[in-house]
Design a protein. Sequence first.
Length: 277
Amino acid sequence: MRKETWLANVFHRYLRVPYTLNVKVYQNPKHPRATFVFIHGIGNSLHAWNEIVDTLPDDVRLIGIDLLGFGDSPKPRHAVYNAKTQARSVGVTLLSLRLAQRPILIGHSLGALVAVDIASRSPLVIKRLVLCSPPFYRPRVPTANTLSKEEMLRSLYKAALKHPEQLQKLSPIAVRLGLANKALTINEDTTASYIAALESSIINQTSLSEIRRLTLPITIMYGALDPVVVGVNIARLGKSQKNITVKRVVAGHEVVGRYAKELTKLLSSLLSRTNGA
C-alpha cells in the first residue's frame, strides 16, 4: 500500500478534504443519451460491473468508480469508512469529471447505501437511483423480545470484525464457489477498509431513514435468494413511497448471471424514457 505524504495526511485527516477516487470511463460518446455511474459493493471494485457495461448501448456514457479503500482508490488507515465519507469522495470525484448531464447512480450493496447518501446531499444534481441488493436495516431496538433478521445479521457481521484474517482466507473460496463477485478482493491492502466499512456503513447505518426523505425516482432491485437483504424493509418502502419502484428477481446478492441480465433490461427501459437531461 502506498503511504500518504504528510501534506496529504493533513489535508484529508485534519482538514477533512475528501479524496478523489479512481475512475474508469468505459465509454464517453459525444452526445450521450444518458450518464450511468456505477458504484460497487463492499470489498469489490469497479470491475464488479464488467458483465453489465459490456451489454449497454454505445450512446450512453458509462463511468465506474472505486470506493475509498477499495480497488485502485486511496486506502487511508485513518479514514472513517461510513456512507457519508464515501459519498463526499464520490461527489468530489464526479465534480472533477465536469459532467454536463445529471447522472443516474447505480449502486450495489454498500454502493447502494452510498448512492442514497449522495442523493440526500445533492438531490438536484442526481437524476435517478438504481439500488441493487441494498442492505437496508432498521435501527436497533434494544427492548425487542424477538431477534430480527437485522440483528442476526449484525451479530454475524460483528463476529467477522473479530476475525479479519478469516475474511482473507474465505474470500477466494467464496469467489470460486460462485458466492461472490470475481472482483471481490480482501487482502492486506483492503481488510482494514473492509472491516471499517462493514462496521460504520452497514452495521451502524442510517440509510433507511435517509431514503424515506428522498423524492427523486428510485428503483430497487434485489434477489429473492439474497441472505443479507431484508426483503420486508424494501417491500415497505415500495408501498409507502410513490417515487420508489421495487423489482424482485430470482437471484442472490451479486449482480451476475440472471441478475445481471435483469439489470441490463431495467437500464435499457430507463434509456427509452430518458431525454438526456
